[in-house]
Ligand binder design. Structure first.
Ligand code: AMP
Length: 297
């Protein structure tokens, strides 16, 4: 089993073609649903009393919700706006609401999870939660500019406590205060994590382990609609694939990265979560085959 912990949100997403208001989002939502195509996935998250029942039911179709708490107050709200290139997003609001004082606990049924993904979330909460699992084989975390700017030391502590970090290129630079991505990865590895995966949006990703680097291309798309959640979908697919194989060898991790690229590409083709929600396992298989053809030489 895989456990995913992180934000479950009501998002406002402004793209050049459409504004979505208060739609279901959150890093753990995208990551958990993406992972659920590979393995049974339990969610640990908090929402407020304003969280619509239809979203609760939707989450329940994909995820084990025994770890989802409903607290008095408002759900975490993120508001972001893309420019016309769809590659730059400006954060307009990050309202933590019920997430601010959340004291997460791991339900008894999740404690033996061997794979744990700490999606974008308060790094202090992430660090305290990972200690509650009985026998973690592979843990991975992500972070975002908001946490790097407000809790950098806690982010570094979080990186120490996991096996892998998956992070955007710009955030890797901001966090490590380096400009070269190899230097960024080396610095994060010197803090204690074994693997670093730096996402480069439509340009794919770089995975680092010891002295090895595995670069992988993004799945080339002509029409991108809404990039929200692409990175979370990438991470969910990657760790979901590993959990499904119960493997953490380097070759499996490389394949996981490929599944990450592929699921990320589905996420950006539709608004909000629709790219994932309309997906069938066969679509994933077909796209992985096309991806293999594209990169073979
Ligand atoms: P991505 O596009 O992969 O960066 O992920 C976007 C998702 O992350 C949105 O659905 C947001 O709800 C969520 N998110 C944005 N900022 C934060 C934050 N500071 N902490 C946790 N989740 C966040």
């Amino acid at each position: 089993m895989l456990t995913v912990f992180g934000s479950t949100a009501l998002d406002t997403i402004r793209t050049p073609s459409k504004t979505l208001k208060n739609v279901l989002g959150g890093a753990a939502t995208f990551a958990g649903i993406s992972a659920s195509f590979f393995v049974n996935t339990g969610l640990i998250a908090v929402v407020g009393s304003d969280f619509p029942k239809k979203y609760y039911n939707l989450l329940g179709k994909y995820l084990d919700l025994r770890g989802l708490s409903i607290k008095k107050g408002k759900t975490f709200h993120y508001d972001g706006s893309y420019d016309k290139t769809l590659s730059t997003r400006q954060t307009l609001k990050t309202e933590l609401n019920v997430l601010r004082s959340f004291k997460p606990t791991v339900p008894e049924e999740y404690r033996r999870s061997q794979f744990v993904y700490l999606a974008n979330n308060d790094p202090d909460q992430n660090v305290s939660l990972i200690k509650e699992f009985d026998k973690v084989k592979f843990s991975m975390c992500d972070t975002i500019e908001f946490w790097i700017s407000t809790k950098r030391n806690s982010v570094i502590k979080m990186i120490k406590s996991v096996d892998a970090v998956v992070i955007n290129d710009e955030e890797a630079k901001l966090l490590t205060k380096e400009f070269n991505l190899i230097k960024c990865a080396k610095k994060m590895m010197s803090w204690g994590t074994k693997y670093v995966i730096i996402k480069k949006g439509e340009h794919g990703s770089l995975m680092f382990f010891d002295d090895l680097i595995f670069p992988s291309a993004g799945f080339s798309l002509e029409d991108v609609i809404d990039p929200t959640g692409a990175g979370d979908s990438f991470a969910g697919a990657m760790i979901g694939y590993l959990a499904s194989k119960n493997s953490t060898n380097f070759s499996a991790i490389k394949k996981g990265v490929v599944y990450g690229n592929v699921l990320g590409s589905f996420a950006v083709e539709k608004y909000g979560l629709d790219g994932l929600l309309q997906l069938k396992t066969l679509d994933i298989k077909k796209r992985v085959k096309r991806y293999e053809k594209m990169i073979r030489f």
